[in-house]
Design a protein around this ligand. Structure first.
Ligand code: ARG
Length: 585
């Protein structure tokens, strides 16, 4: 099913072709949602845009266009306003029919894309033996939402976790493991190093203080790189320990990812160097092999190099990303590459993409996008830290959100004199706690920094997960009592939309697919949050004004259907953001 916007768009296209023939090439956007309600529901400024090119007065062009426009089944008589705007108002009968068509359809009438792409979404990607910090949390939450939305639209998404599981630090980590935990390799099951953060600190301290340890560590790196079986085993064991900790977070957040760490691309790194060399792109500069970049200059105005191989022969982060692009394009057959990391890595990606393009590893028709995001700040506007100044551990942060949600619930239960089972309390606490953390992140325009506040994200007021989930719960309460038969409704009845708030809600419901399309274009989940927030507000306005269960037929059924569609849209929308819903809370 197409949305009103899509339908208007194609009718405008036809009418314009009719009026102008092939005088001009038509722009992609001919109609848009109206900026203000007094201009109707949709508005077109196309006549103002085209007037000059076709040497006509915009108002006259608008008149000619309107006379050819066949939209009587969708809109009231179009209105030409000001210098040549065309204002459009949807017919209540059209709204009713379009909404009825959605009833009972799981996808709410939204068809999958006719042109599905193979998409790689590279997100989360923490580093072994370092803590998974709030930056990784943002990447995980935003990346998962983007992946879910693309999947819903029918794209073939590969969710990749580009874990930092390689590098010289493993020399000291393995050496520390061998000396401090001599039993580790023979009885790996007995080993529990937690998230390896303090293990890393101990190893680093020894590396800095003990010369013998340092020598052993350096030798260990070489052994590991040469593939020595025992070193590999120790490395694998360390990764395993970290991975177990990461998995706890993913389980709590309900995130599914395929791990393909940096080490995976190891065997492909030397070919990156030799192929760039053959192509004549590689230049030796002070012993390092690099590609000089176009459009990136240092402070003296000289072209900046991207180092591909260091003077000691080592490879780096960029080399691995180049190998990964080649692999994703040739082996994974990706047609669209998406990377979700903090904005601090923007120039890294711009540089890597440039080299990949120039080397022909990333053909023009393959889309590539870095999806950057801002910092997570504490209340004082500085980077989020614990009171003692340490970085916050994700597990503790998520546990605290759940604990606070549980406490809020218990207060409410006491006030309302309700008794609920421990199971109910746990489910609500977890759904609200985790949902609040995810939603607080997603509802911000990802380009900006955002201030992490438990009080705000857990509030029942405002653009928050509890507010939206509560709207859903409220509707569930109504429809439960209304005993509505959705399947029967879709065929038997017709919606009657009379009240202003009913019409506003109906129009908003029909814009869901347009918003999803926008989210995909800009990869901005915050747009979907804004849509869902407005939906809940419009629902609440409707529900304040229009009695549902106590109104006579045919309003009663019609209004129950509106409730039902709102609930379904909330459930689908929140699901696409990675949030769960509740029937009661
Ligand atoms: N491990 C990196 C970090 O923690 C993020 C990796 C992002 N993905 C990539 N292909 N470079 O900053």
């Amino acid at each position: 099913m197409t949305t009103p916007l899509q339908q208007l768009q194609s009718r405008f296209h036809l009418a314009l072709e009719n009026v102008l023939g092939d005088q001009v090439e038509l722009p992609e956007i001919l109609v848009a949602p109206a900026s203000q309600p007094q201009f109707g529901d949709y508005q077109s400024n196309i006549c103002l845009v085209l007037a000059k090119a076709v040497k006509q007065n915009p108002r006259q062009l608008a008149q000619a266009l309107v006379s050819k426009l066949e939209i009587q089944d969708i809109c009231q008589e179009p209105e030409i306003a000001g210098p040549g705007f065309i204002n459009l108002r949807l017919l209540p009968s059209y709204l009713a029919a379009a909404l009825t068509a959605k009833l009972g359809d799981q996808r709410l009438g939204i068809a999958p894309t006719p042109a599905p792409l193979r998409v790689v979404v590279d997100f989360s990607s923490p580093n072994i033996a370092k803590e998974m910090h709030v930056g990784h949390l943002r990447s995980t939450i935003i990346g998962d939402a983007i992946a879910r939305i693309l999947e819903f639209q029918g794209h073939d998404v590969l969710r990749l976790n580009h874990v930092g599981d390689w590098g010289t630090q493993f020399g000291m980590l393995i050496t520390h493991l061998r000396t401090a935990y001599p039993y580790a390799l023979t009885t790996p099951d007995a080993l529990d190093l937690g998230d390896l953060v303090s293990f890393y600190k101990q190893a680093k301290q020894r590396f800095d203080l003990e010369p013998d340890f340092q020598t052993a560590s350096r030798a260990e790196v070489v052994k590991l790189q040469q593939g020595d079986p025992e070193s590999r085993q120790a490395w694998e064991l360390l990764c395993q320990q970290s991975r177990r900790e990461f998995q706890k977070i993913y389980d709590l957040l309900d995130i599914h990812l395929t791990e393909r760490g940096e080490s995976f691309y190891n065997p492909m790194l030397s070919a990156v160097v030799s192929d760039l060399l053959t192509m004549g792109l590689l230049v030796e500069d002070q012993g390092a092999k690099c590609v000089f970049l176009e459009g990136f200059t240092n402070k003296d105005g000289d072209p900046q190099p991207l180092i591909i191989q260091k003077s000691d022969g080592g490879f780096n982060y960029a080399t691995t990303d180049l190998a990964a692009i080649r692999y994703r394009v040739t082996q994974d057959q990706a047609q669209w590459l998406i990377y979700v990391t903090d904005a601090g890595q923007s120039s890294h990606f711009a540089q890597v993409f440039q080299v990949a393009r120039r080397a022909g590893w990333l053909p023009e028709h393959i889309k590539v996008e870095h999806v950057p995001f801002g910092l997570v700040l504490g209340a004082e506007g500085k980077r989020l830290k614990t009171r003692s100044g340490d970085t916050i551990r994700l597990q503790e942060l998520l546990d605290e959100a759940i604990d606070r949600a549980r406490a809020d619930l218990q207060t409410r239960l006491e006030q309302e004199g309700r008794h609920e089972s421990p199971d109910f309390i746990e489910t609500v606490a977890k759904t609200i706690g985790i949902g609040a953390v995810k939603y607080a992140d997603l509802s911000q325009n990802r380009h900006s920094n955002y201030v992490f506040s438990f009080d705000k994200m857990l509030s029942l007021q405002g653009n928050t997960a509890p507010y939206l989930i509560y709207a859903y719960v409220r509707i569930q309460g109504i429809t439960r009592k209304g005993e509505i038969d959705v399947t029967g409704l879709a065929t038997a009845s017709h919606l009657c939309l009379g009240d202003e708030t009913e019409l506003a809600l109906a129009k908003h419901l029909l814009q869901f697919a347009d918003f999803l399309a926008l989210v995909t274009q800009e990869l901005l989940p915050s747009r979907l949050c804004q849509y869902l927030f407005e939906l809940s507000q419009k629902f609440n306005q409707f529900y304040d004004r229009c009695p549902v269960l106590n109104s006579p037929e045919p309003e009663r059924t019609s209004r129950l259907a509106l409730c039902q569609l709102t609930a379904q849209t909330l459930e689908l929308g929140l699901g696409l953001l990675g949030l769960k819903i509740l029937d009661r809370m």
